[in-house]
Design a protein around this ligand. Structure first.
Ligand code: ZN
Length: 200
């Protein structure tokens, strides 16, 4: 990417966090698979041994289930600050525990904020650098970000990528979940062309 011409126009897109993903797990009462974090963590002490669970609730019947975080660990093996945060149901810790579950449904957890309402990527000739910043590690298809962010159809986005006018660090159908940047250039940017002809 570093070989690509430096663009004067820069844009920041933010994959904004709307909420926590659902934990996918079959409810023993009703068989539903989506659970939400209740915001609570339970810590049980048995002598010097601790059990720590993340509590989740079935989205259909509200039954609470426990997900083990630590089982029968010696109290001295846990970082004290972390233990206090477990006991306080610290929201950042709840978020971290949810995010590290193996099966998650990220539907509805994010939205895309862009700051380029007037840039027409199909017709503007000025190169543009876009930094996509993630507030949450939701796996999002690059194609979906581009169609949403540029307000274009999937075929239109694919054409721009195929023509080399949008340069991506990954395949268009790849899923990303961390910051990346891409470059967009006008139709004449690869040809020498008359200088100073680019329009705003
Ligand atoms: Zn249920």
């Amino acid at each position: 990417m570093s070989s690509f011409r430096h663009a004067e126009n820069k844009s920041l897109w933010v994959v904004r966090e709307l909420g926590l993903p659902a934990v996918v797990r079959t409810c023993v009462s009703c068989g539903h698979v989506r659970h939400h974090a209740t915001g609570k963590i339970r810590v049980n002490a048995n002598g010097k041994q601790l059990d720590v669970w993340l509590l989740i609730g079935c989205e259909r019947c509200d039954r609470t289930s426990k997900i083990p975080v630590h089982e029968r660990v010696h109290v001295s093996s846990l970082d004290h600050d972390r233990l206090v945060r477990f006991e306080d149901n610290d929201a950042a810790i709840v978020r971290e525990l949810v995010h590290t579950q193996r099966k998650l449904d990220w539907t509805g957890t994010w939205d895309l904020d862009t700051d380029l309402p007037f840039y027409d990527v199909q017709h503007d000739t000025a190169p543009l650098d876009v930094l996509v910043r993630f507030e949450l590690p939701a796996p999002v298809r690059v194609e979906k970000l581009l169609t949403k962010g540029l307000g274009l159809s999937r075929p239109a986005v694919k054409r721009l990528v195929d023509e080399g006018r949008i340069r991506l660090p990954t395949a268009l159908d790849a899923r990303v979940r961390a910051d990346f940047s891409f470059q967009s250039s006008g139709p004449n940017s690869h040809a020498p062309g008359p200088s100073g002809s680019s329009e705003k």
